[in-house]
Design a protein around this ligand. Sequence first.
Ligand code: DX5
Ligand code: ZN
Length: 221
Amino acid sequence: QRDYLIAPSILSADFARLGEEVENVLKAGADVIHFDVMDNHYVPNLTFGSMICKALRDYGVEAPIDVHLMVSPVDSMIEQFLEAGASIITFHPEATNHIDRSLQMIKDGGAECGLVLNPATPLHYLDYVMDKVDQILLMSVNPGFGGQSFIDGTLDKIKQVRELIDASGRDIRLEVDGGVKASNIRAIAEAGADMFVAGSAIFNQPDYKQAIDAMRQELSL
Ligand code: DX5
Ligand code: ZN
């Protein structure tokens, strides 16, 4: 039984009360806060920069902040989010010219690093980074928006990446992001994931603890 991590994505939170929302979802049992950083260049949407990460740290948020960079280029954002207190930084390999150097920048900055693979991005991007990444994030929707439906074909990809991680002998987290709900989280875990991003499935619910407990209930079966 792996340690399963629930990572609510603040993309679906009430941004007018973001500090309270993050506090409430942590009180409700969330393990990690997932930050969806979008630049309206790499993805067709725009969210927020590192000042939001710094604001939440200054507000007193101590939980791990898992920064998902949907930006291009990535390096300047890596530097800013390291400065702002990010715990984990992942980026899309297509968004940088130097994958290894961008990963090394994150590690040198004291955060955990990883790559994010879109639904049609091949696993070959993992060929030379399995000794470096701390986390692999598989997108189960096309990035840019919350509230989309889980792409079922992702389950097979999760199984393949789980095999790669087990073969690497390293303790790399397998995070899945997009359309994760209480109704599909068990299948996603059975396929090999151990970290689950959920935006709308949590923040669109009236009771965050009930929503997270329902997910944990499915994971414990
Ligand atoms: C999409 C983001 C996801 C998204 C998840 O580009 O990377 O993290 O916010 O939202 P839900 O859980 O609503 O699909
Ligand atoms: Zn995300």
